[in-house]
Design a protein around this ligand. Structure first.
Ligand SMILES: [Zn+2]
Length: 334
C-alpha cells in the first residue's frame, strides 16, 4: 500500500501561509480545570477521507463542480476551503504534520528508519498529547497508533511495506473467505457504523475521535450509492471510479454531520478533511499531477465558538487546523 502511495516523493511544495516554528507546548493548569470544566469542553471529531482532493482540483481535472457538498457543509456552519494545499502527498507525512501542527523534520537514513520515525511522529503527536492532558479520551479509529491507543485497522503493519508478515497473511486469508477482498472495505463500513450508532463512543466527555476512512482512496469498492456487487482484486487507478467514491464519501459526510449535530450536545468541533489528493492523474502534465496530488478537502465546524482564527487563507493550510482549535478553545498560541 505504501508503494502505491508514494508516487510524488519529494514533490514541490505549494505552500502559501506562514508556519510558525515549533515551540514549547504550554502545559494546562490542571488545578484550573475542575470536573465541571472538563464536562464543558467540546467533543472533537477528526474525520479524514484518504485521498479526497480539493474542490478546485475536482473542477480543474475532473471537470466536476462538487458544489453540493460544499453548500451542505456551509449551510451547517462549516468553514470550507476551496483550494486547500498540503506540503506532502504521502499519508503518514500528511497526518503527522497536521496532528503536530508543523512541518515534519527532515528524515534521512534508511527507508525502514524513515517509516518508523514517521509512524512514531504520529503516535506521539502534539494534538492528542495536549488533548489528553486536558482530560480528553482518545478514540482511535485510524490506521495509525495514537499514544497508547492502537490503530483500528489491523492490516496496517509496518512489515506490510517490506513483505508479508504473518499477521498480514492471516488478514488476507480472512478477507478472501469472508467475501471482502479489498483491504479497507471492512474497516470503512465498521467505522461508519461506530460513528452513526455512537454506542461504542465514550459516555464520559470530552473525547477526541480520529476516524480515518480509506476512501476515496482505492480500492474502488463503492459507487456513489454504496457498496458495489463486485470487488476489484487489484488496486485500480481509474479516475472516474475515484469520482464515484468521492460522491459516496459525500453521502457519508452528510449522514455523519447530521448525526453529530443532532446527537452531540457538547457544542462539538468537527474537522473533515482529506490527507492529500488522488495522485494518479495520467491525462495531464507532470506539474498538474503534482498540484493535484498536494490538494485536499478541508472543512471545519466550530459550533458557536469564535471563528476569528480562520480566514480564507488560513483554511488553505491544513497545518493550521488544530493550531486554530487550540487557540479557539484553550487560548493556546502554538
Ligand atoms: Zn493517504
Amino acid at each position: 500500500m505504501f508503494t502505491a502511495m508514494i508516487l510524488f516523493e519529494g514533490g514541490s511544495v505549494f505552500f502559501k501561509t506562514n508556519i510558525p516554528m515549533q515551540n514549547n507546548i504550554p502545559k494546562p493548569n490542571s488545578k484550573s480545570l475542575t470536573d465541571n470544566a472538563h464536562k464543558k469542553l467540546p467533543n472533537i471529531y477528526f474525520i479524514v477521507f484518504d485521498g479526497y482532493t480539493s474542490f478546485k482540483s475536482l473542477r480543474d481535472f475532473w471537470n466536476y463542480d462538487n458544489v453540493g457538498i460544499k453548500q451542505f457543509l456551509t449551510s451547517k456552519g462549516f468553514m470550507v476551503a476551496d483550494n486547500c494545499v498540503t506540503p506532502y502527498s504521502e499519508t503518514e507525512k500528511c497526518i503527522g504534520a497536521y496532528l503536530n501542527m508543523n512541518l515534519i523534520k527532515k528524515i534521512q537514513k534508511s527507508q525502514v528508519y524513515n517509516t518508523y520515525s514517521l509512524l512514531n511522529n504520529i503516535k506521539r503527536n502534539r494534538t492528542t498529547n495536549l488533548l489528553s492532558s486536558y482530560g480528553y479520551q482518545i478514540v482511535n479509529l485510524s490506521i495509525f497508533d495514537l499514544l497508547n491507543k492502537p490503530r483500528y485497522y489491523t492490516f496496517f503493519e509496518v512489515q506490510d511495506i517490506f513483505g508479508n508478515s504473518a499477521l498480514s497473511i492471516v488478514n488476507k486469508v480472512i478477507r478472501k473467505y469472508s467475501g471482502i477482498s479489498n483491504y479497507a472495505t471492512y474497516e470503512n463500513l465498521m467505522i461508519s457504523q461506530i460513528l452513526l450508532k455512537g454506542d461504542e463512543l465514550p459516555c464520559e466527555q470530552p473525547f477526541f475521535i480520529y476516524a480515518h476512512f480509506m476512501l476515496p482512496h482505492p480500492a474502488y469498492d463503492f459507487n456513489r450509492y454504496g457498496l458495489r456487487q463486485y470487488s476489484h482484486d487489484t488496486i485500480s487507478l481509474e479516475k472516474m471510479e475515484y469520482l464515484e467514491q468521492i460522491l459516496f464519501a459525500n453521502r457519508m459526510i452528510r449522514i455523519f454531520v447530521n448525526r453529530i449535530l443532532t446527537k452531540d450536545k457538547t457544542k462539538p468541533i468537527i474537522v473533515i478533511q482529506g490527507d492529500h489528493g488522488f495522485r494518479n492523474l495520467s491525462d495531464t502534465t507532470a506539474k498538474a499531477q503534482n498540484t493535484e496530488a498536494h490538494s485536499l478537502l478541508n472543512a471545519i465546524y466550530l459550533s458557536n465558538y469564535s471563528k476569528t482564527y480562520y480566514d480564507h487563507k488560513t483554511l488553505e493550510n491544513p497545518l493550521n487546523n488544530f493550531r486554530g482549535i487550540f487557540k479557539t478553545i484553550f487560548n493556546l498560541d502554538l
